[in-house]
Write a protein that binds this ligand. Structure first.
Ligand SMILES: Cc1cc2nc3c(=O)[nH]c(=O)nc-3n(C[C@H](O)[C@H](O)[C@H](O)COP(=O)(O)OP(=O)(O)OC[C@H]3O[C@@H](n4cnc5c(N)ncnc54)[C@H](O)[C@@H]3O)c2cc1C
Length: 383
């Protein structure tokens, strides 16, 4: 039984074969409310076989420093795609159903009881409580993960709060995403302007200690000259950062945002969640074949996702630590040091799913960057 009909839950259900799986989703349908910018590497659209969701192709970015300097990076390759996230979730859900999974909407996971070697799961709906038995309970239920909480699996290390509005305007420049950093703009994270053809997504996240992101969005829209544009959508969400120590226990495993499988620097979670969901599906099929749902058996999943993705996440946490420790003055100084053609060439080779691969070549080209945080950067280079 998979709790959560988001991308991680649907991807897992698509990759378990010849198994009776059920996806439990608390909303009346999958795909809403949207809590995402929908910016992904093209590989994510391939993984989902969802090319019809593509709204725009991004080949570069403009990084705005607090003092006004702009670092513009261009590439000839598609670096990212802006997608229709609602349609993306619906397509993934359709794949899961085509693979034989049942989708139970308007049902909310409330908790479970252990009964022998299985679990009795308590769901609620407008018709009242409902109980179902399962040997394997998958928490694909997002950053709040009630499954994780009720299983005693620790929460993520940190959360940031985000807000985004979709504007009914078409930007002239369509091939670059704008990224704005600065402690008055989006403290602890960044703001973005993403051209999506006829519409434009503008949003930002802030570290929890800086309050709600709404006030920052109002100021940012004004600053960017977009405050008069018609807002067609507004959505808010939370990004979990730093996976818990354990993502499995007897009969239970966590995937996606529930396991904080999210890139700490950018907050992107679709790639990591879907990759991990595929690994979880493989381990689940083995456990079912061997009728072994013990933590020992399910820890093959823990090992598999951490060995592929854990290092990138840990390096992302260190990069985030350096980033969040910077004053605006230091950020501007970094902007000044990096405003060079050779640096931009390195940045143009970047992959949004593996940002830490840029750390070594950047530090080799601009060794003076190390002085901004020698201890943490040293740790980063050792990993
Ligand atoms: C502002 C913002 C912008 C983002 N932009 C990007 C981006 O550009 N690119 C990117 O890759 N990622 C982005 N992300 C992150 C991305 O949205 C998540 O990583 C992704 O949605 C995780 O998928 P998931 O399936 O693990 O969880 P979710 O998409 O959160 O799905 C969880 C599902 O579980 C259901 N659920 C929760 N609790 C229960 C319960 N008790 N019972 C039943 N159902 C339940 C929910 O209704 C939901 O459908 C962004 C996030 C935010 C907040």
């Amino acid at each position: 039984m998979i709790i959560g009909g988001g991308p991680s839950g649907s991807t897992m259900a698509t990759h378990v074969n010849d198994i009776d799986s059920v996806i439990v989703e608390e909303h009346t349908a999958v795909g809403s409310p949207i809590q995402c910018t929908g910016l992904v590497h093209p590989r994510v659209v391939d993984m989902a076989s969802a090319s019809e969701t593509i709204l725009n192709t991004i080949t570069g970015f403009k990084l705005f420093f607090p003092g006004g300097r702009v670092l513009e990076v261009s590439s000839n390759d598609p670096k990212a795609l802006a997608i229709d996230r609602k349609q993306f979730d619906e397509i993934l859900s359709d794949h899961a159903i085509e693979n034989g999974s049942k989708l139970l909407v308007s049902h909310r996971f409330e908790g479970f009881k252990r009964v022998g070697n299985a679990l009795k799961v308590h769901l609620s709906s407008s018709d009242g409580p409902r109980y179902m038995n399962t040997s394997l309970l998958v928490g694909a239920d997002g950053y709040k993960s009630m499954v994780g909480k009720s299983a005693g699996l620790n929460a993520c290390r940190e959360t940031v709060r985000g807000i985004q509005t979709e504007l009914d305007i078409c930007l002239e420049e369509q091939d670059k995403v704008e990224v704005y950093i600065g402690n008055n703009i989006a403290p602890g994270f960044f703001a973005w302007v993403l051209p999506c053809g006829e519409r434009t997504r503008v949003g930002l996240c802030v570290s929890r200690k800086y309050g709600t992101p709404n006030q920052y969005l109002t100021t940012f829209l004004k600053r960017r000259g977009l405050d008069k544009a018609k807002r067609v959508e507004l959505n808010a969400g939370v990004i979990p950062i730093g996976p818990p120590k354990k993502t499995v226990t007897d009969n239970i495993l966590l995937i996606g945002d529930a396991a904080a499988q999210v890139k700490p620097l950018s907050g992107g979670g679709l790639f990591l969640g879907m990759r991990s969901a595929k690994k979880a599906a493989k381990v689940a099929m083995n456990s079912i074949a061997e009728e072994d749902f013990s933590e020992r058996s399910l820890s093959n999943y823990e090992g598999a996702w951490r060995s592929e993705l854990g290092k990138e996440i840990e390096r992302g946490i260190l990069m985030r630590k350096v980033f969040t420790s910077m004053s605006d003055k230091k950020l501007d100084k970094i902007g000044e040091i990096m405003d060079r053609d050779d640096v931009k060439e390195i940045l143009a080779t970047g992959d949004i799913d593996y940002p830490s691969n840029l750390a070594a070549p950047l530090l080799k080209t601009v060794p003076s960057l190390i002085k901004f945080s020698p201890h943490v950067i040293g740790q980063l280079l050792r990993r």
